[in-house]
Design a protein around this ligand. Structure first.
Ligand SMILES: [Fe+2]
Ligand SMILES: [Fe+2]
Length: 363
């Protein structure tokens, strides 16, 4: 299953006002479940969360170390804990805090700082798991994360993106796919919280696999995987709260979201030496065969073949990624949607070939 589920956070806080505030602040990014105390949390939590946010003043029936109580709860084995704490205040609550939490969130809570803290804990845990992976997959994950760390700054500052630097990612990526290691990369991204990075590397990996599967030459594989990495660069300028949502957006936000294609192209044309093929794929990945796409509303043969592959993989990756309250679809459901209601917009012959590759690889 290449399905990339939304990250789940459990918030445990007996102060109803603060609990709601935390839950509301986290909902654009994660699936959030909130509980008024430990007993309710342990008794009603239906799934193992990716992380627990707990307030220092949370009520508990027992006088014992709060962090250890959470860590020793069997349903929370290995789950990191972030503690909401007023700096300098020593615990005067019915519960003590002796064990160090994985992270501390300072009160009064500021949304940006809290999200950054949670993200760092989640990503640190995922990235530590890469050490055990085979070389090509490990290198792909690390190099692309490093590159992605610079992309937002490059785009914002109008600085130059060298195609050579993308090669440092594409070479191990294509090698990994050639050695059937792509699942290590896709699985290695699970639970990582840098959503544009995750999406871009998933698209790059699936495009490389798609190209490899239909026997394209090395040169096209490089174009496809490089395009996967940069196809949504313009999204980095959109506020994170609605950057990756395509539902429930008002007209203004929808227009800003759709504008990511033009801003990606404007940046790549002016500030990079990426081959033309990469620019074409990035520019056409939201175009649809029936003319219903954007930004140009191109139709049929006006859309490049590699860009048709880009559109298919981008749709598949998007549907199989969960975010906030939106659940990830299974590969089967995503493919069904692509061959049924989305059929008029996508190249059906290529969708058929991609479908076979997904099934053959049990993605
Ligand atoms: Fe896009
Ligand atoms: Fe995309």
């Amino acid at each position: 299953m290449s399905q990339h589920d939304a990250i789940t956070i459990a918030v445990i806080d007996c102060d109803g006002g603060q609990r709601q505030k935390i839950a509301l602040a986290l909902r654009p990014y994660y699936r959030v479940f909130d509980f008024p105390d430990l007993e309710t949390a342990f008794g009603t939590m239906r799934q193992r969360p990716s992380l627990v946010v707990v307030d220092e003043a949370v009520r508990s029936g027992q006088r014992r170390d709060l962090i250890r109580t959470l860590k020793e709860e069997p349903s929370l084995a290995g789950v990191p804990v972030a503690l909401c704490k007023t700096p300098g205040r020593t615990a005067e609550y019915g519960i003590t805090i002796e064990t160090a939490p994985d992270a501390t969130i300072e009160k009064p809570i500021r949304r940006k700082a809290m999200v950054a803290t949670i993200s760092a804990v989640l990503n640190g845990k995922v990235e530590a798991g890469w050490d055990a992976l085979p070389k090509a997959s490990r290198q792909t994950l690390r190099e692309s994360l490093k590159a992605f760390g610079t992309f937002a700054g490059l785009v914002a500052g109008g600085e130059f993106l060298k195609f050579g630097s993308l090669d440092a990612i594409c070479a191990p990526l294509i090698e990994a796919v050639g050695q059937s290691e792509h699942k290590h990369i896709l699985d290695g991204l699970k639970g990582h919280d840098n959503i544009t990075y995750v999406h871009s590397l998933r698209v790059a990996t699936l495009l490389s696999l798609f190209g490899h599967g239909i026997g394209l030459k090395e040169e096209s594989l490089v174009i496809l995987s490089a395009a996967g990495m940069v196809h949504d660069l313009g999204k980095l300028e959109i506020p994170a709260e609605y950057r990756n949502r395509d539902d429930d957006l008002d007209d203004e936000h929808l227009a800003a979201m759709r504008g990511h294609v033009d801003s990606t192209i404007a940046y790549l044309k002016k500030h990079s030496d990426v081959p033309k093929g990469v620019v074409i794929i990035a520019g056409q990945h939201h175009e649809r065969i029936d003319g219903s796409g954007y930004p140009k509303g191109l139709k049929g043969s006006e859309i490049n073949d590699l860009a048709r592959m880009g559109a298919i993989v981008d749709v598949f990756a998007g549907l199989t990624e969960g975010r906030g309250s939106r659940a990830a679809l299974s590969s089967e459901k995503a493919l069904a949607r692509m061959t049924e209601e989305m059929a008029a917009g996508l190249d059906t012959r290529l969708v058929g070939l991609f479908r076979q590759i997904v099934l053959d690889n049990a993605l």
